[in-house]
Structures are given as structure tokens and as C-alpha cells.
Design a protein around this ligand. Sequence first.
Ligand code: GTQ
Length: 350
Amino acid sequence: MEDNRFDTLASLDDLPQDYRNTLTEQNLVPLWPSLSSVMPAKKPIPRTQPTHWPYSGLRPLLLQAGELTPIEKAERRVLVLANPGHGLEKMQASAAIYLGMQLLLPGEVAPAHRHTPNAIRVIVEGEGAYTTVDGEKCIMRRGDLILTPSGVWHEHGHEGDAPVMWLDVLDLPLVYYLEASYHIDGNPQSVLPSLGNKNYARGGLVPSPLFERGDKPYPMLHYPWADAKAALLSLAEGGPDLEAVQMAYVNPETGADTQQILGYFAMMLRPGQELTLPTRSPASVFHVIEGHVELTTESRSFAMAEGDTSCVPGFAATTLHNSSPDEPAFLFIADESPLHRKLGLYEVRP
Ligand code: GTQ
């Protein structure tokens, strides 16, 4: 049997022009010339290219956007981290992932809205800003993860005195592709006296008043970095033989992924550690919270500093290296694994 029969199929040029014109007039297309591009042999040919967005390049341009465009004229003042493999105008990091770096200046407000795409933010720089999600005022601190799930009201404000920047991760490309993306404008939310993540601050314990359990789909909205870092450090300490020191951000009521489409993780690389990741079908995003990480994938290598973000397509062999001999490095990771698992497409290659 041939290794790849699709490669030997007839091309469009093998068909007479008048035949092709008649097909076009009737909105018809021959499959065989395109079969090997829509179903390539053995693994996908991703549009997603390994891409690195250094914070040192992005930061001054985002601050410049703060001078050029008042918040009232921006609604959300964001520079989109666009993957050239998809075409920059598509505003995609990967097939399903959108990344944006957002700036809020002291005193500014990004008004309330809700939308069908799910969003999260990871705080990169600055103090004193907050996001109010579903009435819960989440004070942003560096490295914190804050969820703004599909359909949930959210607005941002800033009570500090220096610019605040954070990374937005949305499943916008997928929701847009599904023709399901829209937003609704809202009024400022009243802040509720909610205990929020404090209800779930201790692993293994969830609120259970009168023997009932909560049924909110998004019971925890704010995952402080201080807790994630402490959890990673204790995992590393308790498991010196553990190959990968990694935590998944989960819904504390169910243990499932925090959101339906994208998954979120925190990882620690020990001093000097080199870690080869499993080769998996979903695309992934890596963002350095602390330290330096060298990311190597498909013969590309990115020296990543704090605040840097990079993206790797699915099925790419990827290695992470913390070159510091004495400091751990910490990463935030977003991927498309919940989506792939739900669709029965999730694969790990040996
Ligand atoms: O902060 O609500 O990067 O609605 C893109 C769309 C951020 C937000 C983005 C959004 C937001």
C-alpha cells in the first residue's frame, strides 16, 4: 500500500477550464484536488506558527496606546498578540485561542459588558486595579488568574497610581468561527459582599450548607498567584522525583476544567530543569510569571523573560528549560485541551 495515496490525486489543473467554470456557477467544488490539504497524512499541517511576543517590545507600545487613545474611545485598550500563520488581521494566537495585552491607567474604567466568548486574565504588571465579575470585586495582583466566563458581567477599574497591564486569554476565534460571538453592554455592577474565592481557599473543603452543595457553573472566579505559587512550591518540595511540577486550575466544586473550551495551568521549573512536554493535539500558550525560560519547539527557540508570552501549535515537540542554576521559574499555561477532549480529538503522541 502506498504511504500516502492522497499525494498522487489529480490536481485542479487537470480539469478543463470550462468544466471548472460550470462547477463554480453551480456552487460546486471537486474534492480530490484539495483532499490532501484538508486531511493531510498522519498529522495536521497547522496554520499556527510557534510565535514569541516579548514583553519588552509590547510594553512601550501599549503605554503609547494609552497616550494615543483615551479609554472612552477604546472600550478595551488592548494590543492583540496575533499569530502571523493565521494572518495578523484574524487576531488569533491559535485555532481557538485569542491573546491580548490590556492596559488600564489610574482612574480609568473599562465599562461593564458580557459576551459569549469565555475570557480569563493573568495580571502582568501594576497594582490597584480590579475586575468586577458577577458582582465580585477581584483585586488584581501580579500572576493572579481571574475568570470572566461566557455570559458573565465584567468591568475593569483602576484605583492605583501606575499603569496596570494584564494578559487576556479568550476562546474568541472558536466562538467567532461558530458565528456565536456577540456582546451586550451593561451598567456598572453593584459589588456584592461576597467572600468569593475565600469559600474555596482550602483544598478538599467546599461549602455545604445543610448538606447541599453549590451548583454555580463558575463557583470560583479569582485564583490568587500567591496560592498557586505556594501550591507549586509544596508540590516540588514533597515530590523531589516528580518529573513535572504542575497544577491545573479547576472548578473546586467538580474538579473539572474551570471553563468549557480552554484549560489553564501553572507550572514550576526547578533551577536548571529541562522538561520535554508530551506531544499533544491541542495548541498551547506559555506565559512567564517569574524567572527565565527557554522554550524550544520545531527548531525554533525563544528566550523568554518575565511577562513574555509564546504560542506553540498542536503536535509540536516542545521543551522548556530553566537555565537559572539557583532560581525556580514559574509559567502560566493555557491550552485547547478541554475542547479537544470534549470533541474526542485529544491525542498524546509517543
Ligand atoms: O476585557 O472584556 O482582550 O471583551 C477582548 C475582548 C478583553 C475584556 C479583550 C474583551 C476584553
